[in-house]
Every structure is written in structure tokens, then in C-alpha cells.
Design a protein around this ligand. Sequence first.
Ligand code: NAG
Ligand code: NAG
Length: 304
Amino acid sequence: MKLSTFAPLALSVAPSLVSAATGSLGFALGTKNADGSCKAQKDYEADFDAISANTPAKVVRGYSASDCNSAQYILPAAKSKNFQVVLGIWPDVDTSYNADLSAITKNAPNYADQVWGITVGSETLYRGNFTGAQLAAKMSAVKTATGGKFKIGTADSWNKYADGTADAVIKSGPDFLFINAFGFWQGAAIANASHTYFDDISQSFNHIESIAGTGKIELWTGETGWPTTDQTKYEAAVGGVSNAQTFYTSGICSMLNYGYNAFYFEAFDEPWKPASIGLNGQPADETHWGAMNADRTTKFPLKC
Ligand SMILES: *[C@@H]1O[C@H](CO)[C@@H](O)[C@H](O)[C@H]1NC(C)=O
Ligand SMILES: *[C@@H]1O[C@H](CO)[C@@H](O)[C@H](O)[C@H]1NC(C)=O
């Protein structure tokens, strides 16, 4: 998730989302406890218990497999709680790329059934770190380094798929692509927030499928969500528990009911994160995006 405005794109007539079986839900999951210490296996197990108790989700995604040695601890926890994990490689700099790849090649083969897939990069195109071709080359290198045994994809902002920046990635034939779409950071009022989200997803899915063909690449919402503190505002978007519940119900639940898969950002609040200020000078709190509180209690019902 990153703070920014988005260049307006031509509005498609209506989201061309069609119904299929109910989609799958997943959650972004951090590597640290509320106090900032690294999670141990038992902490991930408690996370999985809370997610299972309150939602139908059986998959979580991380961003860097070496951060807090997460691959080492989350995979056995996932095995004991019957979850799958998307392991992350942060390729922006060689140090993190090498550390994450090595954490994956060391830990993933022992827990192959727990590995849903591997993301190479999170919003790297959005940050302008790589061209599509450079990112595709990194993804291909990871596919080779992991013996072709795991699904490989990336996650990026919806507009980078819709505007052609990711075309080389799409053409390279990834196993999956995650599309991040935050109506909140597009300044959408809550009444229009799910419309904005559906429109983002519709534009990016349509562009990807126009290149790759329908159903060739597994597509998920990679991140969406709404902050639960009213201190966080962006243009017409205002945080708060009630607005987050509205977005969860009208955005996430509708997307799943349309038959599409989605990760919610994120499972639990992360109060250890430093306070931050957005581009608009307002507080841009990244500590209260959890569907659940840091103590793993719910803020509102999470079953659709
Ligand atoms: C990617 O961006 C980070 C900062 O966000 C920078 O430190 C790094 O050098 C960049 N890497 C490449 C390959 O451009
Ligand atoms: C609602 O969202 C759509 C899609 O992002 C946008 O085109 C439209 O301008 C928004 N409407 C209002 C009233 O903000």
C-alpha cells in the first residue's frame, strides 16, 4: 500500500464482473507482534486461529520471506493450522532479493503443501523501480531458482496493469497476478468506495485478459481495505470502524459473491508502525488497517 493520487483513467461503462462460484478470501499478514517483536511460530498459530474463527479465509500473504525469519516460522504454523501462505520476495534491492530467495529455497521445499505461491515484488512498477521487462526477468529467475515447483506472480497497483506498464509481465505468462486497489487512496467517499474498487478491478482485469486471454492467469485483488481510525482521511475518504465495515460488506463481500478472489489489507492492526503523514499533510495512519484489532478481537463481523 502506498499513498498517492492516481491519474484518472477513462471510466468504463460499468464493472463487467460476472458471477461464478463464490471467490476465496485471504488476508495480508504482518511479521511483527503489536510491540514490534518478531512473530514466533506460536504467534502465527494464534493469528491463524483468529482468522479461522472469524472468517472463511485459509490463505495469508506476506511481503518478505526473510523479514523476521518469517518463512521459517509461518510455514510450520500454517501446517499445524491447515493454512496456505503466499511467500514474498522484495526484489527492489539485491540484498533483500537474495535474502528472501534464500529463505524460500531453504524453507519452502519442506512445506510445499503450505506454499500457495511466491510474489516477486509488491508495487515495484508503481514505485518505478523496474520496467515490466525487468520485473518479468526477476520473476523468471525465481521460477528457475525454485525448480518450477511453485506458482510465481507479482502484486502491483491496478493502474499499472490498466495503463500498460505491466504488459511485459502479463505477456511473460505468470501463474498469477495480484491487483491492489484502494478507493481510500483515490479519495473516494465511502458511499462511492466500492464502485471505485469495482471499477479499478474491472479496468485492470479487462486489460490483462485482453492481452493474456480470459482465465489464463489467476487474478486476485492483492490488497484492498479501509482504515478504522477517523484520524486518517484522504480527500473525501474518511476512516472509521463504521466506514470500514461498510467497505468490507459492500466491497469485499460483493467481490467474493461475484466469484472473484481477494486479499484484504490487512488481518490485524500493527500498532508498532511509526506514525506517518500523507501527501495531503493529514495523518496517514498505517497502524489501523486491520480487519481485527492487534489483540485479535474483531472490530465488526467478518463473515459475509
Ligand atoms: C528501488 O527503490 C528503492 C527505494 O524505494 C531504491 O532504494 C532502490 O535502489 C531501487 N532499486 C532499483 C533496482 O531501482
Ligand atoms: C464514483 O467512482 C467512480 C469510479 O471510480 C468515479 O468515476 C466517479 O466519479 C465517482 N463518483 C463520485 C460522485 O465521486
